[in-house]
Design a protein around this ligand. Structure first.
Ligand SMILES: Cc1cc2nc3c(=O)[nH]c(=O)nc-3n(C[C@H](O)[C@H](O)[C@H](O)COP(=O)(O)OP(=O)(O)OC[C@H]3O[C@@H](n4cnc5c(N)ncnc54)[C@H](O)[C@@H]3O)c2cc1C
Length: 394
């Protein structure tokens, strides 16, 4: 019987362990925390948006997103639903975003752990792995005080994003030490910090707006939805969706701007007409007063300041430029972009350089859009790596 060690008891590690055990391996999961799946419990605000039925290649990013999509076609969102249905999770669909019917991430983790136990997966907690190396006796997986040996290892230790205990860059550091190709891990699905000192004045506003990312003046990506205006800049799902490009833009010293349209339902012409009508009905109102009832009060002085005519006012409402200086913080990020490059791996997520070493989840250079895509990547990569690690002979 082949022995497999999984480093990390998160989403990717647990599905990898179950899949490997179902394929006949003797599996041990080594997890640094005193409990597995801590990040999984935080997903979807505790409700766990476990996948998305709108699967498209462009929802997955990284240097080799085409290769990521090849893996994703082999274990799809339907396979995810089938897997979870088999282990007891009945799902509900919110516009394609899938959740457990109980709206509890804990239920997803509990079902994974029950299945892992049934498949005789050994789960060892408080095992902080400090090194993984090859030896003629097999793979050596080391803590400070113990060395485990196995025929194959699956590295599923996630990323340093979030302040959840266990979030770590161990996989990245390990890959660099082993001379595996990597790209730096940067915060993604995160709020963006702007240059300027006025943000305290709009902090707390939530507004339906569009946000367009410009890199060196070129429009790159547009998202619309509820934008949160914060004391450091901008946040909310539309901002999360553009954030990985913005953070990398800043890192590459590219001029990075987010242009907010606070009234995306109006064309400029329609807004001009609307403002003229308001003026006609209430000629006694100043330009600022005309905006009461149209925009949140905290935004009114900001957009009307120094606007001497209607055209300037419209421009400030529909083209508010926030020059980005970076992510709000790594601890606020939901995921990281970057990681170990897919070109280091074969079709089974096995290292080409180190046969018997597999990788899965966020440690790899694949980051998904907000909406269940990151967990889908964890399920896909974990399932593929798990079943291959159990079967392949070295
Ligand atoms: C607040 C928040 C909300 C999110 N919501 C969603 C959502 O709704 N939908 C979605 O698709 N994605 C969501 N994500 C992203 C998703 O949680 C991750 O992409 C996913 O958990 C990655 O799975 P993983 O197994 O690769 O890593 P993790 O789930 O992070 O698991 C890695 C495990 O490895 C352990 N570990 C790390 N280093 C070591 C070491 N040296 N030795 C031993 N163990 C180690 C860690 O303790 C951890 O348990 C969210 C993330 C956050 C932070």
């Amino acid at each position: 019987m082949k022995s497999v060690i999984v480093v990390g008891g998160g989403a990717a590690g647990l599905i990898a362990a179950i899949t490997a055990a179902r394929s006949g391996a003797s599996v041990t999961v080594l997890e640094a925390n005193e409990k597995p799946g801590k990040k999984l419990l935080a997903t979807g605000n505790g409700r766990c948006n476990l996948t998305n039925m709108e699967q498209q290649p462009n929802r997955y990013r990284g240097q080799d997103s085409a290769k990521a999509w090849d893996y994703l076609k082999r274990f799809t969102a339907f396979d995810t639903l089938r897997f979870f249905s088999e282990i007891g999770i009945y799902t509900k669909n919110r516009n394609g975003w899938m959740y457990p019917n109980s709206d509890q991430a804990q239920a997803v983790l509990d079902c994974l752990l029950m299945e892992a136990r049934y498949q005789k997966v050994k789960l060892k907690l408080k095992q902080q792995i400090v090194d993984v190396c090859w030896d003629p006796k097999g793979w050596q997986v080391k803590t400070d005080s113990w060395t485990y040996t196995a025929d194959a290892v699956i590295l599923a230790c996630g990323s340093p994003a979030s302040q959840i205990e266990g979030a770590s860059d161990f996989g990245y550091r390990f890959a660099r030490k082993q001379k595996l190709p990597v790209v730096s891990m940067e915060p993604a699905l995160v709020g963006l910090r702007g240059i300027g000192d006025y943000y305290a004045s709009w902090a707390g506003v939530r507004i339906h707006a569009s946000v367009t990312l410009y890199l060196e003046g070129m429009p790159m990506k547009m998202e619309e939805g509820e934008v949160q205006l914060t004391d450091y800049g901008i946040s909310g799902i539309p901002v999360f969706q553009i954030s990985r490009y913005a953070v990398r833009g800043v890192k590459e010293h590219t001029r990075t701007e987010a242009v907010l349209d606070f009234l995306p339902d109006f064309t400029e012409e329609a807004l001009e007409q609307h403002l003229k009508t308001r003026q006609k009905h209430c000629p006694y109102k100043s330009m600022e007063e005309q905006l009461v009832g149209l925009l949140p009060s905290k935004l009114i002085p900001l957009v009307s300041r120094e606007a001497s005519n209607t055209q300037e006012l419209i421009s400030r409402i529909k083209h508010h430029v926030v020059t980005i200086k970076g992510a709000s913080s790594l601890s606020q990020a939901q995921v990281c972009s970057g990681g170990i490059l897919l070109k280091a791996l074969d079709e089974n997520l096995q290292s080409i350089q180190y046969p018997g070493l597999y990788m899965a989840g966020e440690v790899l250079d694949v980051d998904g859009a907000c909406g269940g895509y990151n967990l889908q990547w964890a399920w896909t990569s974990g399932a593929i790596a798990g079943s291959a690690a159990a079967k392949e002979k070295l």
